[in-house]
Design a protein. Structure first.
Length: 88
């Protein structure tokens, strides 16, 4: 089932934080329940992701902290970052 995108028709502002949060267990087969607007990484590493637009790629190593990313999926294979949480 594709990720629900409640913000599809709205303009997103990078200055605003997420209103909802969810912990993520990376999966090679399951989309996130909601398209993310933000991703938090507790322990630095790479993310293998599918973006809101449908592109799949592995990020360069990302530092711990918040990252502005609109994602449909965070894959298990290729993801080395841990303590992942998404906000929307």
């Amino acid at each position: 089932m594709p990720a629900s995108d409640r913000f599809k028709l709205t303009t997103r502002a990078a200055s605003g934080g997420p209103q909802r949060l969810a912990l993520v267990v990376p999966s090679d087969t399951e989309d996130l329940a909601h398209v993310s607007q933000w991703v938090f990484i507790e322990v630095a590493g790479t993310l293998r992701v599918t973006t809101r637009g449908g592109d799949t790629l592995t990020t360069p190593a990302l530092p711990a902290g918040w990252h502005l990313m609109e994602l449909r999926r965070i894959h298990a294979t290729g993801t080395t970052a841990t303590g992942i949480m998404v906000g929307w």
